[in-house]
Design a protein around this ligand. Sequence first.
Ligand code: HPA
Length: 295
Amino acid sequence: MAHCEEDSSRYTYEEYKQTADWLLSKTEHRPSVAIVCGSGLGALGELLKDQVAFNYIDIPNFPHSTVPGHAGRLIFGNLNGKPCVCMQGRFHSYEGYPLWKVTFPIRVFRLIGVETLIVTNAAGGLNQDYKVGDLMVILDHINFPGFAGQNPLIGPNEERFGPRFPPMSDAYDKDLRKLALAIGEELGFSEKMREGVYCSLGGPNFETIAECKFLSALGVDAVGMSTVPEVIVARHCGLRVLGMSLITNKAVMDYNTEATANHEEVLQAGKDSAKYLEKLVTLLIQRIELNNNVF
Ligand code: HPA
C-alpha cells in the first residue's frame, strides 16, 4: 500500500518541465555544467560571477534542505567564464525524502540544457592510505541501498529521460577523471589526489567498526551518505558525470580507539580543505569540452 502511495506522488514529466521553464524564465543564464556541493563545500557556489540565486523554498516543486552545512540555494552564474548552476545543499534519503525527490534537481538540470554534472561530497576514508583532506576522484561506486531495492529509477520508466535499464559500468566519465587528476597535479596537489571507489549508505548514523571493515574488504575506498542516487539519475538521462569526494575523516576500523566520526569534524575538514577542491573544480570547468547536445 505504501508503495502505491509513493508511486502516485512521483513527479510527472510536466512537473520537471514546469520547474525548468520557471528557472529559465527567471534567469538569462544557460548553464552547461551543474555542480552539487557536498557537506561543508557550499563555498564553491560563492565563486560564481554574475549570480542569480534562488532559495529552494521559492522554486516550484523543489524539495527543501534540512541539514546544517547545506544552505539550500540554487545559484546560476559564471565560473571562469563558463555558465554553471550550483546546488548549495543537496537532499539525502536520511532526511526522509524518497530517492525520486532526492534526485529531482538532476532531471531539471537536464531540461535546462546541462550536459555535465560535477558531484562533490564529504566522505569517510576507508582506504588506510587516505588522509583527512585528500581529494578522491570517484572511479566507481557501490549503491549499497540498491541491494535492498532502493533506487531512484524504481517505478514506471520515463523514456523521455532515458532507457529502462541504463548501464552503470561507465558512470564516471573517463576523460573527466583523467582531467581532474591532471589538474590536481598541475595545481601541486599530487600528494592529496586519489582515485577510488565510493560506497553510499543510507545514514544518518556513521558506520560501525564492523561495517567499515566489511566495506573495506569489499574494496571500498570512501564511504558517504549521498551522491550515488544523483549519479544514477544523471547517467539515466545522459549527463556526463565527474564525482569528487573530500576525505573529511578516517573511518574508525579499530576497537582499541576512542575516536568516533562526527558531523562537526566533517564540516571542519570541509572548511580546511574546501579551497583545494574549489581550485580544482574552477580550473576543470574552464577546461571542459562541451558537446552542445541540446536535449
Ligand atoms: N561515513 C559516512 N558519511 C560520511 C563520513 C563517514 O565517515 N564522513 C563524511 N560523510
